[in-house]
Design a protein around this ligand. Structure first.
Ligand code: FAD
Ligand code: DHB
Length: 394
């Protein structure tokens, strides 16, 4: 097989990139190790930054989003038995919080990509990337478990294969630096068939720690609670989950609506950055290069930001034989990545209860939150980051 840009991974990074390249007349093939049903059914992130929503509009893939997404003008923060409503739209000149789940974004991207004749090879496991130091790289892959080995020949390889994919390791150890922080807590996420308890998201640090109230539709709600990342899910029967959600979220007579839980799982929280995000003709994008803890809702948005930068650089290369943007891809992308890392770390640290923290540290977190309450500058800084920083790519 041959294409101009070989993309490994049909997550948000890989699929947005394919659409952005098609807009520039550049061909791409996506190799994805999972089945289409698996990709479209995996429950992950929920919040889109304003510019990602706008980009979906520009790409003509926002029809269902406009109909089905939830648009909020603010969020609520809670701590120490008090509540602060942040009017994001007012603080940021009209930007909104869009709740539209990642698997719905992927469904829309895949349908639109296939409709325009684009190729995704599902159940194609990429195993080796070679030739990235020369001008004719290729990716070895197998279709299904018993398939013969095939090769995808291309001008450039994009590793959009998530944190556990093979691409990052193709950057030699001698030039690759990795920065990491593992948090001593994880998130237990549930989906419940219940009516909405509140019209916006609530991030709370109360009782035994963090809880987040989010939504999926008027009938299905998404909630998270901080837990031990090593906990077996069997330790969390539904009654215990609801008891903790009530204790961590409820305030001033407002009560949480319960319903049957039909999906639950635990994820660990980590911050991770790989520098550089490129080597020769290999470019990393999204979780393949960086991970954030989910508290700032940045993971998916950073993945899309990477590929917007990369698509502009590849367009300049193909259209004008100008490789300057491509040479600077890693440096440009990492500037935004580190700001996303900082904000996600800040929200995570401030809103969780670290089992090892002292009462002094806990008071510092509350002071941080109180500063957001008392300073318009602090509230604006939080809001600007949450709705998405201005896009500073050239
Ligand atoms: P991914 O979405 O991981 O896509 C990578 C794709 O590459 C996958 O489909 C994978 O199957 C494929 N792949 C991997 N290896 C190969 C291979 N060898 N060959 C071919 N294909 C391969 N963010 C939030 O903001 N809020 C959340 O609540 C949240 N929850 C999350 C829950 C989980 C369990 C995880 C893992 C992440 C969560 N995130 C969340 C983060 C967010 O979902 C990611 O940042 C986002 O998916 C990154 O997109 P990506 O395209 O870079 O990577
Ligand atoms: C959701 C996930 C997040 O990480 C977040 O900060 C807000 C909402 C969600 O899944 O709805």
């Amino acid at each position: 097989m041959r294409t101009q840009v070989g993309i490994i991974g049909a997550g948000p990074a890989g699929l947005f990139l394919a659409h952005l390249l098609a807009r520039e007349g550049i061909s791409a093939v996506i190799l994805e190790s999972r089945s289409r049903a698996d990709v479209e059914g995996t429950i992950r992130a929920g919040v889109l930054e304003q510019w990602v929503v706008d980009l979906m509009g520009t790409l003509g893939i926002d029809e269902r989003l406009k109909r089905e997404a939830d648009f909020h003008t603010g969020i609520t923060l809670q701590w120490d038995r008090s509540r602060l409503h942040l009017d994001m739209a007012e603080l940021t000149g009209g930007k909104r919080v869009t709740v539209y789940p990642q698997h719905q974004v992927l469904r829309d991207l895949i349908a639109a990509w296939l409709a325009r004749g684009g190729e995704v090879v599902f159940e194609a496991h990429a195993s080796a990337i070679s030739g990235i130091d020369g001008e004719a790289p290729n990716v070895a892959f197998r279709r299904g478990a018993g398939g013969a080995q095939e090769e995808l020949h291309c001008d450039y390889v994009v590793g959009a294969d998530g944190f556990h994919g093979p691409s990052r390791q193709a950057i030699p150890d001698a030039v690759r630096r990795e920065y990491q922080k593992i948090y001593p807590f994880g998130w237990l996420g549930i989906l419940t068939r219940a009516p909405r308890s509140w019209h916006e998201l609530i991030y709370s640090n109360q009782a035994d720690g963090f809880a987040l109230l989010s939504t999926r539709s008027p009938e299905v709600q998404r909630l998270y609670i901080q837990c031990d990342p090593h906990d077996d899910i069997a330790l969390w029967p539904d009654a215990r989950i609801w008891e903790q959600l009530h204790a961590r979220l409820e305030l001033d007579g407002w009560t949480l609506q319960e319903g049957p839980i039909f999906q639950k799982g635990i994820i660990p929280l980590r911050s991770f950055v790989c520098d550089p995000m490129q080597h020769g003709r290999l470019f990393l994008a999204g979780d393949a290069a960086h991970i954030v803890p989910p508290t700032g809702a940045k993971g998916l948005n950073l993945a899309v930001a990477d590929v917007l930068v990369l698509s502009r650089a590849l367009a300049a290369q193909y259209a004008r034989n100008d490789g300057a943007l491509l040479a600077r891809y890693s440096a440009t992308a990492l500037r935004r990545v580190w700001k996303g890392e900082r904000f996600s770390w800040y929200m995570t640290t401030m809103l969780h209860r670290n089992p090892a923290e002292t009462e002094f540290e806990r008071r510092i977190h509350f002071a941080d939150l109180d500063f957001v309450r008392s300073s318009r500058a602090a509230a604006t800084a939080l809001a600007e980051n949450y709705v998405g920083l201005p896009f500073d790519a050239p």
